[in-house]
Write a protein that binds this ligand. Structure first.
Ligand SMILES: NC(=O)c1ccc[n+]([C@@H]2O[C@H](COP(=O)([O-])OP(=O)(O)OC[C@H]3O[C@@H](n4cnc5c(N)ncnc54)[C@H](OP(=O)(O)O)[C@@H]3O)[C@@H](O)[C@H]2O)c1
Length: 247
């Protein structure tokens, strides 16, 4: 990218939560942001507020809409970064989950990320950046967090493979801890180290501007979970089973 031309950044999942805060943060830095999600009204309102922004409505679970948006973006020119955040959340205990809803969550979160992993690279300039969003929920199987957590473990694995395969691109993984959005409003438990979306956006902007693969935050939460993940099952399961509300 020429340093005098503003960055073009495609943010998928930009109508609310972390994606919305991220769009504002990059726009404040002078980037042109391309805003995607399903809600046209919310995206149009945000684009009008930001000024240097455009809108591409899509549903990540509907590949044709992703392809149409990608074609429209590429018709203007390649982008410097793609940040994919769109996801659904409705966690619970495995025995209680509605199978249709669970399948929809896998389709949006995992298959949706797969569509972006396949279509996104064609929209990026050479050496451009593509970030997929996992979660600390995907690090280790905790009780009462499915099927969201399994879908996020899948996204982490997908991003690892994409990073290994695409040496021509800067593939990244974002793993947030708890962030105050409509998504976490569903949680009835006390969320440790919960952050505001603006703080999450700041951590993402900083992390994506630095080297390395994974952007994870806040460290006091992510490092504890990474430690549990690294333990032998005999030890980690003793800890995770203690978190279960089941007798
Ligand atoms: N909040 C947290 O504590 C937390 C923690 C770890 C990881 N994360 C991850 O961070 C990302 C953002 O989460 P958030 O908390 O900001 O969620 P959010 O507030 O619910 O926002 C999700 C965004 O994704 C869009 N979206 C949802 N389904 C979509 C679909 N099928 N196609 C296209 N866009 C879709 C939503 O817009 P429309 O409804 O308009 O489509 C919205 O813009 C997610 O990947 C989430 O798993 C969040």
């Amino acid at each position: 990218m020429n340093s005098s031309t503003p960055e073009r950044i495609w943010i998928i999942g930009a109508s609310d939560g972390i994606g919305l805060a991220l769009a504002k943060a990059y726009s404040a830095q002078g980037a042109h942001v391309i805003l995607s999600a399903r809600s046209q009204d919310a995206l149009d309102k945000l684009a009008a507020q930001l000024g240097n922004a455009s809108v591409q409505v899509l549903d990540v679970s509907d590949r044709a809409t992703v392809q149409t948006a990608a074609d429209a973006i590429l018709a203007v020119g390649p982008v410097d970064r793609i940040i994919h955040l769109a996801a659904m959340y409705d966690p619970g205990r495995i025995a209680d989950l509605d199978p249709d809803k669970a399948a929809q969550i896998v389709t949006v979160n995992l298959t949706g990320s797969f569509h972006i992993a396949q279509i996104g690279p064609k929209v990026l300039r050479k050496g451009g950046q593509l970030a997929l969003t996992g979660s600390v929920a995907g690090y280790v199987g905790l009780p009462q967090g499915q099927i969201y957590s399994a879908s996020k473990a899948g996204v982490i694995n997908l991003a690892e493979s994409l990073r290994a395969e695409r040496k021509d691109l800067d593939i990244r993984l974002i793993c947030p801890g708890f962030v105050e959005t409509r998504l976490t409003q569903m949680n009835e438990f006390k969320m440790p180290a919960i952050m505001k979306p603006e703080a999450a956006a700041k951590a993402i902007v900083k992390g994506l501007a630095s080297g390395g693969f994974e952007v994870h935050f806040p460290h006091r939460l992510t490092r504890s979970l990474k430690f549990i993940r690294a333990l032998p099952y005999g030890l980690s399961m003793r800890l995770t089973r203690r978190l279960s509300t089941e007798e």
